[in-house]
Design a protein around this ligand. Sequence first.
Ligand SMILES: [Zn+2]
Ligand SMILES: [Zn+2]
Length: 350
Amino acid sequence: MKQYLIPEKGQFYKANMHTHTVCSDGQMTPEQIKELYKSNGYSVVAYTDHDIMIDHSDLNDENFLAITAYEVETNCPTDGFDAWDRTPTYHLNFYASRPDETCYPCANPGYTWGNARGLVQDYYKGDYQRRYSVEGQNDMIAQASKAGFLVSYNHPDWSLQHYPDYAGLEGLHTIEVYNTGCVQAGYSVDASEHAFQDMLALGKRVFPVAADDTHASREALGGWICVKAEALTYDEYMAAYRKGDFYASWGPAIEDLYLEDGVLHVFCSGVEEISLHTERRVARRVVATDGTLTWAEFDLKQYFNNVHRGGNDAKGFIRLVLIDENGNKALTRAYFADELSLSARGIDEA
Ligand SMILES: [Zn+2]
Ligand SMILES: [Zn+2]
């Protein structure tokens, strides 16, 4: 039996889920951001200004959707000369489940900065004290999630964060595996992808996102997600995003992805290689021998049988990485074995 891992029905909408405007420390207005992205084939922009959440629904049209969101940061207390250069920090994006959301989880206007300071609304009240610790962040993630927000863990490499800083985080919806602003500045892409794999290996069901973190136009149009949804409405888009019906990319396009009788099939734009990653020592790689690859298949019957017979359905996962001729990648999310039907995995149910 065939199981679509990216839904068969619907349409792909290209989205940048991390953007700053003049409402905090960005250089472009919300309207200029819309024009820039829309004219480059994007359908969705999440406005994630620092500590200010603004409903930009007035920008919506038939082919453009604004997502209401904001970015919160928690800096590690550090004293002394050149402290900022060596201050580890947590940056989280909170995405609202409805455009006119007015609840600010973990609010404290004292944390607002940049132009947001002059824009803080009356309803933005609170005295929440952010704590730079795994426990402190888990409390913020839990409060945001309870209020219906989806939470992203942003740019771990730029944040000077390592395994002990993120391994204990609970309840994250996404992790940034690519951040155009950070890449432009010279930070490593690989470190973030490694953090993603670490989280999966710990059993955390977190989805990978590529995003721009746009402050100026040079940081735009570098990384994105393609979300497959039934329609370009706030509810449909956020429902698909919540479910993980998307892939992350800074190059290749994925057209189709399904599992049939234990064989994983992927169809894509031309790439040089496609590799499979799991929680086990069973990585596999297909490389273009002649021209470029536009599809690949991976026979995973043996792998799925081992996972299933070993009673590890909840821990076993598969994911793909596609790499184009420029070294740019697309990443699927991880699909855990217990999300996949036995027949699609090629396992005899009897
Ligand atoms: Zn940030
Ligand atoms: Zn940012």
